[in-house]
Ligand binder design. Structure first.
Ligand SMILES: C=C(O[C@H]1C=CC=C(C(=O)O)[C@@H]1O)C(=O)O
Length: 420
């Protein structure tokens, strides 16, 4: 089943992008108002937006195709004046897509105002009717207040129950049903008052500058994994799978990084994920480079095996970055191998509605270029309730207790970001 529901006032629309002095919009996240804020940030660069010129909600197996069609149709009704012509200038939409086909609830939003920054260039995009007044250079808004009195509780399953699910999956793998499955769990945080998402966003952007800090329609986080970035005919994917927890002691962590790079269990987990991405990208590329061995990506809480896959696309005129994300999803970093068996097992045993966790999240511009990360190290916020998610790749040699500890380490970024 699929459905598509659009919310938008009548056009015609005009999107206008003008250059700004980067120093005038120093810290992008500080510009966000509390309501209707969207964000995509990394190392001080990125996009923030607010207001809603148009939006669509899609669901089901056609959620990507329906959103992509809606975006093309909206562009056809919009005059775009772009003085900057960087990826992400001109009109952009921010999206977040459901992990599973059912229910697959997804959203694509076009903010009224977007401020972007890329190195020494910055810009302001406004979307409105032709005769509408345009806002001046945005100024930092009020400082968000930290969530108070946060208490954490188990989500769908407690730790013991989740370890039994992992053990069940290991059994299925041993029986030869599949090779790898990624299993997730959730944790529920409740604050005394509605949570202002700008608080955790600011903290995530500061503590995880090497990750992509995002917020779209109540889903926020700081992901280290780029499912697909397309920019002027070049495509990149940062594939992660295989994890070791950090200890906080630099010498020990370096030794652990070397252990990770040699761990046959993690290399196996990683290989499935790289293969799934390379196989899905191949039909779209005229050339592609897939490194033979992964590198170790160091994050403050964990280290991952990582591979950057690069390619030259030959179908940019007909296949947008969003459709590329669709063809890569779910990669074996969040689903498993073989994909169909793994997603059926997730459905059967995980006991959790993933919602938009582990689905593609990011943005698309008028040229179809864009960045789509995987919504990992992520949570949803709904009033005073924040639901945090983390998943772990399970292969034949996985140990349920180790996987539980790994999931706890992956919950740390959002957990800490809710603190003061
Ligand atoms: C599914 C998650 O992480 C994926 C990405 C990196 C490493 C992973 C792992 O080692 O299991 C997972 O495949 C998550 O953080 O929720």
């Amino acid at each position: 089943m699929s459905s598509s529901q659009a919310v938008e006032p009548q056009g015609p629309w005009v999107a206008r992008t003008v250059a700004l002095e980067p120093r005038d919009v120093d810290v992008l996240v500080d510009l966000l108002p509390r309501e209707q804020a969207v964000a995509w940030l990394r190392r001080g660069d990125g996009l923030v937006g607010w207001g809603r010129a148009a939006a669509t909600r899609t669901s089901g197996a056609t959620r990507f195709a329906d959103a992509d069609k809606w975006w093309s149709e909206l562009l056809a009704r919009t005059a775009v004046h772009d003085d900057v012509e960087e990826p992400g200038s001109g009109m952009v939409a921010f999206g977040s897509f459901g992990f599973a086909d059912e229910p697959g609830d997804s959203v694509l939003v076009v903010p009224r105002v977007v401020v972007g920054r890329r190195g020494d260039r910055a810009w302001l995009t406004t979307v409105g009717t032709p005769d509408e007044d345009r806002p001046a250079v945005p100024q930092p808004t009020d400082t968000p207040r930290p969530p108070l009195g946060v208490v954490f509780a188990d989500g769908a399953l407690n730790g013991d129950e989740w370890m039994s699910v992992v053990a069940e999956a290991v059994g299925r793998i041993a029986a030869g049903d599949l090779e790898k499955v990624v299993l997730a769990r959730d944790l529920v945080a409740t604050a005394e008052e509605p949570v202002d998402v700008r608080w955790p966003l600011r903290r995530l952007a500061a503590a995880y500058p090497m990750c992509w800090t995002f917020h779209v329609d109540g889903l926020f986080g700081a992901t280290p994994e780029m499912l697909v970035r397309r920019e002027r005919g070049l495509v990149t994917s940062r594939v992660l799978a295989g994890t070791i927890r950090r200890t906080g002691d630099d010498d020990r962590d370096l030794a652990l990084a070397a252990t990770l790079a040699r761990s046959s269990k993690d290399l196996e987990e990683h290989e499935y994920a790289v293969r799934s991405v390379a196989d899905a990208l191949e039909p779209h590329c005229s050339s592609m480079s897939v490194p033979d061995a992964p590198f170790v990506l160091h994050l403050p809480n964990v280290m991952h095996l990582a591979t950057d896959v690069n390619g030259v696309v030959h179908d940019a005129a007909t296949v947008s970055s969003l459709r590329l994300a669709e063809s890569l999803h779910p990669s074996a970093a969040v689903g498993g191998t073989p994909t169909g068996v793994a997603t059926a097992l997730i459905d059967e045993v995980e006991g959790l509605d993933r919602g938009r966790y582990a689905g593609p999240v990011g943005w698309i511009d008028a040229a179809g270029d864009g960045e789509w990360g995987l919504a990992l190290r992520a949570a949803t916020v709904d009033g005073p309730t924040v639901r945090l998610y983390a998943g772990c790749g399970v292969v034949a040699s996985s140990d349920p207790e180790d996987e539980l500890a790994e999931s706890q380490a992956k919950l740390v970024p959002v957990r800490d970001a809710l603190g003061s």
